[in-house]
Unconditional design. Structure first.
Length: 212
């Protein structure tokens, strides 16, 4: 594991194979550092009170847009226009909802004030984006992430009513099948697996990331 100082670059994850994918520790969450990390297929993930930990796991959990699975029940929800969807209307609010969302078997959140600040600056540069889900003009779900060429790096989602974030994700992927070669969700989630996400090797993931 590399200990990051102010100007220490990340190791190339293609040639660096740490146990369980932990690449580095320390550093900061400035927009420059975040963009450097995601461009290399590295992301921050750590518990409250820990120093920043940076990961590039093998295998990687991703969704190819053409493999999105929409169940009959969700198709009915989408067809009934139960929800409406927007992009980039309230980026920070989406992040803060993700920050406070309850997650089973998780103590606290890695979405710190420093991370929110860094991502909001990337949002202002057009790199980070949010997807909002509305019901009766109330924000009930959403998620955020950032674009690295033709890869969307999904970060976190929240839902205040049943199926809100799922509907938002399905709408987003369906509308962007020609824009993104894959959606990166980093580590396994049963929720995303049910939507068609799968594991690919780190080698394949980095090839998609760099060749996109």
């Amino acid at each position: 594991m590399i200990i990051l100082q102010e100007h220490t670059p990340f190791p190339d994850p293609l040639h660096y194979h740490p146990m369980q994918g932990l690449i580095a520790a320390g550093g900061d969450l400035s927009p420059k550092r975040l963009l450097e990390a995601y461009s290399l297929g590295i992301f921050p993930w750590y518990s409250p009170g820990e120093e920043i930990l940076w990961w590039s796991p093998d295998p990687r959990f991703v969704l190819f847009p053409d493999e999105l699975k929409i169940s009959k029940s969700m198709r009915k929800i989408l067809d009934r226009n139960t929800f409406s969807f927007t992009e980039n209307q309230c980026f920070e609010e989406v992040m803060r909802n993700c920050q406070t969302a309850y997650r089973k078997a998780q103590d606290g959140t890695w979405i710190s004030e420093e991370l929110i600040k860094g991502f909001c600056e990337l949002h202002q540069k057009g790199i980070a984006k949010s997807i909002e889900v509305w019901q009766d003009n109330v924000l009930v779900g959403g998620f955020y992430g950032l674009e690295i060429r033709s890869v969307f790096c999904g970060e976190s989602m929240f839902s205040k009513v049943s199926n809100a974030s799922k509907a938002g994700f399905m709408n987003f992927v369906s509308r962007n099948k020609n824009r993104y070669t894959l959606i990166d969700y980093q580590v396994h989630s049963e929720h995303l697996e049910s939507l068609g996400a799968c594991f690919i090797s780190k080698l394949d993931f980095l090839a998609f990331l760099h060749d996109s």
